[in-house]
Design a protein around this ligand. Structure first.
Ligand code: C2O
Ligand code: CU
Length: 465
């Protein structure tokens, strides 16, 4: 696997060890001691990591690890997590990305936790909410940096009755992005990073470069993939193994869908069943994807080997088949309201400086402004029109949505299957139409999940009443 090299700034390509055994994400222990409650503590704090060579890298970690500990709870559970912000001099929050939590538990930028302070996030996981979510900080103006310095973790809500055979296991693979300077530190974002979104030197899986997983021939594995990078567009394919998509951001699909490749844009998740039928080596690699801009010499996220799977000759125990139907998904019906959100970029440049705004309907984010009001329970059609020259993965807080149509160059396409999503890539010059419904009152964010763009203004507030 090659590096995604870049020629901007004074960073050196640190060699990272590859081929170590894949580490499972550490599990966040449930301190509740009774069923139906998940209770724990998450502390955001400075830590150090050894990525390669002999240098320590200062990072930010949850409970000392990056990615943070894996949270596993069941639908129907009550969750009470005490968040301790021990990042010196910086506010933070925990945003429960994709989860249907009340607005005042959502960890949005209006609700910061000061440095040194604690707060409890408490919410219920509704029946039917099983899925692959994640958590990350969301403080005003600091989200991009706190995430690339290490703060992100996976949150799996398990179904009480899961149709996917337990024999497939359940493995979370969280992708993060890493850039290292020669002294082992993580360089700050440059103006180019702010414009493109930060793309570093390495894509890590559970904090490791190209780790190795061992399976027996004929094994099927359930893999949950999380794109927790700020700005990597991961067009993924498995060589020497076959991939079936079984779930999206908000849980299982109605039926499994075989896939040769898939695009996982920043903040998206996918659940796969991968069949390793041929002994030898199977690899999860990235294909070229043109997401616009990046400039000459910039990486295209192509040709990375993210994971190497050694498939032994010894046959696996017989695997039960994947059911033909996974769960029903009710399509959202006719919308009561239609909205149009236009994404644009605007650049100001002169000899002394270069500035960039990322706008929605001509406006940059303003914490004190409600962009529109929605009624709880209403189905709304959102038309996201990307008039910019790069892709913008679009995310809505507080709920899941269903993509109904995509349009580009006059070609209209329906998605191949129904799915619950909370983040959808809107390619440059593309329009995505989606149906959404907010069930709970309060202010909700919607924004581009290239976190540098979120910081530069591509975010708004819908007030749900
Ligand atoms: Cu994952 Cu508003 O974010
Ligand atoms: Cu963007």
């Amino acid at each position: 696997g090659g590096h995604a090299g870049h020629d901007m700034g004074a960073t050196a390509q640190a060699a990272l060890p590859e081929g170590e055994a894949l580490r499972a994400l550490p599990l966040l222990a449930n301190e509740a001691g009774r069923p139906g409650l998940f209770k724990a503590r998450l502390t955001a704090e400075p830590a150090t990591a050894r990525f390669g060579a002999d240098k320590d890298t200062p990072i930010l970690a949850y409970n000392g690890t990056s990615p943070g500990p894996l949270i596993e709870a069941y639908e129907g559970d009550r969750v009470e997590i005490t968040f301790a912000n021990r990042i010196e001099g910086e506010p933070s929050t925990i945003h429960w990305h994709g989860m249907p939590v009340p607005a005042d538990q959502d960890g949005n930028p209006m609700d910061p936790v000061a440095a040194g302070a604690d707060r409890v996030y408490a919410f219920d996981l509704p029946e039917g909410s099983a899925g692959s979510y994640w958590y990350h900080p969301h403080p005003h103006g600091r989200t991009a940096e706190q995430v690339y310095r290490g703060l992100a973790g996976a949150f799996v809500v398990k179904a009480k009755a899961d149709p996917v055979p337990a024999a497939y296991g359940d493995t979370a693979l969280m992708f993060t992005d890493l850039r290292l300077a020669a002294d082992g530190s993580m360089p700050d974002n440059t103006m180019i990073d702010m414009m493109n979104g930060r793309v570093g030197d390495h894509v890590l899986v559970n904090g490791q470069k190209n780790p190795k997983l061992a399976v027996a021939a004929g094994a099927k594995r359930r893999l949950r993939l999380y794109n927790a990078t700020n700005a990597r567009f991961l067009r993924l394919a498995f060589a020497n193994a076959s991939m079936t998509v079984i779930g999206s951001d908000g849980g299982l699909l109605e039926a499994p869908v075989a896939a040769d490749e898939l695009l996982l844009s920043p903040a998206e998740r996918v659940e796969l069943v991968v069949a390793f039928d041929r002994p030898g080596t199977a690899t999860l690699t990235t294909l070229r994807y043109d997401r616009g801009w990046m400039g000459p010499g910039r990486p295209t996220d192509a040709g990375l080997t993210l994971l190497t799977v050694g498939v032994s000759e010894t046959p696996a125990e017989a695997m039960p088949p994947l059911p033909e139907r996974l769960r029903p998904i009710a399509p959202l019906g006719a919308p009561a309201v239609s909205r149009r959100l236009v994404l644009t970029e605007s650049m100001t440049m002169n000899a002394a400086s270069m500035g960039m705004d990322f706008l929605i309907n001509g406006k940059a984010f303003d914490m004190g402004r409600v962009d529109f009001v929605a009624r709880a329970g209403d189905i709304e059609l959102w038309e996201i029109v990307n008039q910019a020259d790069m892709d913008h993965p679009f995310h809505i807080h507080g709920t899941q949505f269903q993509v109904v149509e995509r349009e580009r160059d006059g070609n209209v396409a329906k998605p191949p299957y129904l799915a619950w999503k909370d983040t959808v890539n809107v390619a440059r010059r593309e329009t995505v139409r989606l149906l959404t419904r907010q069930e709970r009152p309060g202010a909700r964010m919607y924004h581009c999940h290239i976190l540098e763009h979120e910081q530069l203004g591509m975010m708004g507030i819908v007030d749900v009443r």
